[in-house]
Design a protein around this ligand. Structure first.
Ligand SMILES: Cc1cc2nc3c(=O)[nH]c(=O)nc-3n(C[C@H](O)[C@H](O)[C@H](O)COP(=O)(O)O)c2cc1C
Length: 320
C-alpha cells in the first residue's frame, strides 16, 4: 500500500480522533502494528496564527512515522499556509477533514460542510497541492445528507486536483454517528477513482476488517472507536491478514500498555495534564474486565503518576 511516495507496511490505519489521538496514544497503537497513525484534527487558523496550544499538537516522535496530520478549515490560503507549516514540522502526509459534522465546525463552512461546496473544495485542494510536496489525502463522508452521493463528486475533484488517497466514512453528516456505515459507498468510491481508497466505519472486531476489504475492495482499513478501548485490534487484524488466527487476548499486555500510556503522557504533556487525561482514558482499557467500575471510580481521583501506577498494579493483581 502506497500513499504518494509513502510506503505503508500494512493495511491498518488509526483514525484521527479529536481529543484522543495525541502523541502518547499514537505511540501505543503504532507499537501494536498500526501502519499509519493520524493526528487529531488541527485548526488551520490556529496553526497560522501560531496558537501555542495548536502548535503543540504537531509534536511528534520518529518512532511513530509515517505520520499523517489532519487539518480543518475552509480558506484556501490559510489552509495552504497551515499545510506548509505541517510539512516543515516533518509530517509525512497531510489529510484534509471533510467529515467533521460537529456544529461549531460546519457552521464555519469547514469539515463536512465542504461536501456541499464543490467549487470551494476544488479551490482548496488545488491551492494546498501547489503549496506542499508531501502526499495529500482527504477524509470524507457519504455526503451532507441523503440527497445524493456527494462522495463520488468530491472523489472526482480530489483525484483531478492531485490528491493521493481518499478515506471514506460512509455516513452522511446529518447522520453523525447514528445508523450503520454503508460500506457500499466505499465500494462505489473505490470503483470510481484510481487512487487508493481507505475504508472506515464500524470495524468493531478484527474479522470486520477482512469483511470490509472483501466487500469493498478498499486498499486499507481505518479504525477509530474500536481502537480506543482495544489498541491490540491492529495486531489482531494484521494476524488475520497474514492468514494467522487472532491471538488469545493478552491481559498482561493490556496492563503494560496502560502503564506505558501513562508514562508517555506524563513525558509529553506533563504530570498535571497527563493525570487529568488519564482519569477517563485508563478506564477505557479495562472495558469488560471484572471489577472495572471500581477501578474507573478510583482512577478518576488521580493527581500524580505514582498513585496512578499503584492503582493499575493493584488492579492487575486482583485480575491475575
Ligand atoms: C471521539 C471522536 C473524535 C473524532 N475526531 C475526528 C477527527 O478529529 N477527524 C476526523 O476526520 N474524524 C474524526 N472522528 C471520526 C473517526 O475518525 C471515524 O471516521 C469514525 O469514528 C468512524 O470510524 P469507527 O467506526 O472505526 O469509529 C472522530 C470520532 C470520534 C468518535
Amino acid at each position: 500500500m502506497k500513499i504518494g511516495n509513502i510506503i505503508l507496511e500494512g493495511k491498518t490505519i488509526m483514525a484521527p480522533l479529536a481529543g484522543i489521538t495525541n502523541l502518547p496514544f499514537r505511540l501505543i497503537v503504532k507499537e501494536e502494528g498500526c501502519s499509519l497513525v493520524c493526528s487529531e484534527m488541527i485548526s488551520s487558523n490556529g496553526l497560522v496564527h501560531k496558537s501555542a496550544r495548536t502548535e503543540r499538537m504537531l509534536e511528534s516522535d520518529l518512532t511513530e512515522k509515517p505520520l499523517s496530520v489532519q487539518i480543518f478549515g475552509n480558506d484556501p490560503s490559510i489552509m495552504s499556509e497551515a499545510a506548509v507549516i505541517i510539512e516543515n514540522s516533518g509530517a509525512d502526509i497531510i489529510d484534509i477533514n471533510f467529515g467533521c459534522s460537529v456544529r461549531k465546525i460546519v457552521k464555519t463552512g469547514s469539515g463536512a460542510a465542504l461536501m456541499k461546496d464543490n467549487k470551494k473544495t476544488e479551490a482548496l485542494l488545488l491551492s494546498i497541492r501547489k503549496s506542499i510536496q508531501i502526499p495529500l489525502t482527504i477524509k470524507i463522508r457519504t455526503g451532507w445528507d441523503n440527497s445524493g452521493y456527494q462522495a463520488l463528486d468530491i472523489s472526482n475533484i480530489a483525484e483531478a486536483c492531485g490528491v493521493d488517497a481518499i478515506t471514506v466514512h460512509p455516513r452522511t453528516a446529518v447522520q453523525g454517528f447514528s445508523g450503520k456505515a454503508d460500506w457500499n459507498i466505499i465500494k462505489a468510491v473505490k470503483n470510481h477513482v484510481s487512487i487508493p481508497v481507505i475504508g472506515n466505519g464500524d470495524i468493531n472486531e478484527p474479522a470486520d476488517a477482512l469483511k470490509m476489504i472483501g466487500e469493498t475492495g478498499c486498499d486499507a482499513v481505518m479504525i477509530g472507536r474500536a481502537a480506543i478501548s482495544n489498541p491490540t485490534i491492529f495486531s489482531d487484524i494484521n494476524a488475520l491478514l497474514d492468514g494467522r488466527p487472532v491471538p488469545e487476548p493478552d491481559l498482561a499486555r493490556r496492563f503494560d500498555l496502560m502503564v506505558r500510556y501513562l508514562e508517555d503522557s506524563v513525558k509529553y504533556l506533563g504530570e498535571e495534564l497527563a493525570c487529568k487525561m488519564m482519569r477517563s482514558r485508563l478506564g477505557w482499557f479495562v472495558k469488560g474486565l471484572p471489577g472495572c467500575s471500581h477501578f474507573r471510580e478510583a482512577i478518576k481521583q488521580i493527581t500524580d503518576e505514582e498513585t496512578a501506577k499503584k492503582l493499575i498494579y493493584d488492579y492487575k493483581k486482583k485480575i491475575f
